[in-house]
Design a protein around this ligand. Structure first.
Ligand code: CTP
Ligand code: GDP
Ligand code: MG
Length: 196
C-alpha cells in the first residue's frame, strides 16, 4: 500500500447500537445517499471465516459464542480496509466498532478521532425479536436465541460504556430505532447534514 492512514484525507462516522438495532439497515441507506465507504467489522470478520483460513476458523468459534474477537485482529482488518479504499473514499462509515472502550482508545491511536457517533437505540425486546426473525433467513451462526442473549449481555456490559466515552466529547447522536426505517433515516440524515 502506498498510502498510510496518516496521509489520507477522510472523516470517520461510527455506527453503534445493540445487535439487531438496525445499524446495517441504516448504513445501507447512508451509503446510497452519501457514498461513504461502509466497513462493518462483523462483515469483515465473516468474510475471513468464509475464506476458510486458519484464522477464520478461530474467529468462527469466538463469534458463535457471541464473544469478542481479539482487539488487534479487528482493528487491523478495519485499517487495511480503510487503506485499500483511501484513493476513492469520501469518508468512512464504521459499523459495529468499537465494541469496548479499549477498542475506542486504540482506534484513536492508530487511525484517528471520529467526527460523529450515530447511536441507534432500540429496546432489548425489539432487538431480540428482530434478530430471531433475521435468523430465519440470514444463515448466521450467531442468530440463534442462545447466542443472541449473550450478544445482548455483552453489548450492555462492554459497548454501552463506549457511547458514554464519546458522549464526553459531544459527538454522539442518539437515534430512536423503534421507528419505521425511513423515519429513523430522516433523523440520521439530519445528524449527518449538521456536520457540514
Ligand atoms: N468489533 C467487533 C465486531 C464483531 N465482533 C464479533 O462478530 C460478531 C458479529 O458482529 P456484528 O455483525 O457486528 O454483530 P452484531 O452487532 O451482534 O449484530 P448485527 O449484525 O446484528 O449488528 C460479534 O458477536 C463478535 O463475536 C467482534 O468481536 N468485534
Ligand atoms: N421496524 C424496524 N425494523 C428494522 C429497523 N432497522 C432494522 N430493522 C430490521 O431489524 C433486523 C436487524 O437489522 P440490521 O440492520 O441487520 O441490524 P444490526 O444488527 O444493528 O446491523 C433486520 O431484519 C431489519 O429488517 C427499523 O428501523 N425499524
Ligand atoms: Mg449488522
Amino acid at each position: 500500500f502506498k498510502n498510510t492512514i496518516k496521509t489520507i484525507k477522510y472523516y470517520v462516522l461510527l455506527m453503534s447500537g445493540g445487535p439487531g438495532s438496525g445499524k446495517g439497515t441504516q448504513c445501507e441507506k447512508i451509503v446510497a445517499k452519501y457514498g461513504y465507504t461502509h466497513l462493518s467489522s462483523g462483515d469483515l470478520l465473516r468474510a475471513e471465516v468464509a475464506s476458510g483460513s486458519e484464522r477464520g476458523k478461530q474467529l468462527q468459534a469466538i463469534m458463535q459464542k457471541g464473544e469478542l474477537v481479539p482487539l488487534d485482529t479487528v482493528l487491523d482488518m478495519i485499517k487495511e480496509a480503510m487503506i485499500a479504499k483511501a484513493d476513492v473514499s469520501k469518508g468512512y462509515l464504521i459499523d459495529g466498532y468499537p465494541r469496548e472502550v479499549k477498542q475506542g482508545e486504540e482506534f484513536e491511536k492508530k487511525i484517528g478521532a471520529p467526527a460523529l457517533l450515530l447511536y441507534v437505540d432500540a429496546k432489548a425486546e425489539t432487538m431480540v425479536k428482530r434478530l430471531v426473525k433475521r435468523g430465519e433467513t440470514s444463515g448466521r451462526a450467531d442468530d440463534n436465541e442462545e447466542t443472541i442473549k449473550k450478544r445482548l449481555d455483552l453489548y450492555y456490559k462492554a459497548t454501552e460504556p463506549v457511547i458514554a466515552y464519546y458522549e464526553k466529547r459531544s459527538i454522539v447522536r442518539k437515534i430512536n430505532s423503534e421507528l419505521p426505517v425511513d423515519e429513523v433515516f430522516a433523523i440520521v440524515e439530519k445528524a449527518i447534514d449538521e456536520l457540514k
